[in-house]
Design a protein. Structure first.
Length: 247
């Protein structure tokens, strides 16, 4: 654990003088001492200046703790979440941080054995958008310094890397049936198609189901059969408010 923390400290500490990166269980952080109070004679209220350049969390933060974490981090700061053994994936903490505006950049798996290490980078724009050219642009855009304003076709807010889902299924035998009842942007379906597994996916939102359909069709190998109620040429089933993808 100490070697892991040392590695993450080097990874997220910026090359600035007196950089301050905190390592702590979120339940043990006294948030008030990491925000300097700035007051002036002309101001009726005090403001707070965040102090931390980075944070390594030894456990999952609750939603209200994420609000406080936002308050004490300087702009551009990075957070590393190391979940505890009773919740080894740490997904609840990640979701709580995404809901408050954090952007998930990377997923790293480190097992007890030194040789068991997995790193998955964030899904790039080309991976997120692949297969979605025929879809209407999303209602929001992203700014890119080199390309200006870009209209997204895949507007799902939490697109996961395909490599991560392939890694999760690494021990499955070929042609297994994998079911994802909350398909989101379709990443699980893309990974299972590439691995040669049978797949069933269900997505509540029709616009996301269309994205799933487009992405899975793009990433599936030639000769793969797919049946989808979310195909643009087929009116999606709305029975019970659900739209499904299935093979």
């Amino acid at each position: 654990m100490n070697e892991m923390i040392t590695y993450f400290l080097k990874m997220i500490t910026p090359p600035v003088e007196d950089a301050y990166v905190l390592v702590s269980d979120p339940n043990e952080i006294d948030f008030d001492i990491y925000a300097e109070e700035i007051s002036s004679e002309d101001s009726l209220t005090s403001t707070f200046e965040p102090m931390l350049h980075g944070l390594i969390l030894l456990g999952e933060p609750a939603s209200e703790q994420v609000d406080q974490i936002m308050r004490i981090l300087k702009p551009g700061a990075h957070v590393v979440l190391i979940p505890k053994s009773d919740s080894p994936i740490g997904y609840k903490g990640v979701i709580a941080m995404e809901d408050k505006g954090f952007e998930v950049r990377d997923a790293i798996f480190v097992a007890d054995g030194k040789s068991d290490f997995f790193y998955g980078s964030k899904a790039g724009r080309s991976e997120r958008e692949a297969g979605c050219d025929h879809l209407a642009p999303a209602s929001f855009t992203e700014d890119n310094e080199s390309e200006g304003t870009i209209k997204r076709k895949n507007n799902h807010p939490t697109v996961k890397p395909i490599d991560v889902m392939e890694w999760c299924a690494r021990d499955l035998q070929k042609k297994c049936l994998v079911v994802d009842p909350f398909l989101g942007s379709g990443t699980t379906g893309c990974a299972m198609a590439r691995l040669g597994h049978n797949f069933v996916g269900i997505e509540l939102q029709p616009e996301y189901a269309d994205i799933c359909d487009a992405r899975i069709r793009h990433w599936m190998p030639l000769g793969t059969e797919i049946k989808s109620e979310a195909s643009p040429s087929i009116a999606p089933s709305t029975k019970g408010g659900m739209t499904s993808l299935f093979d």
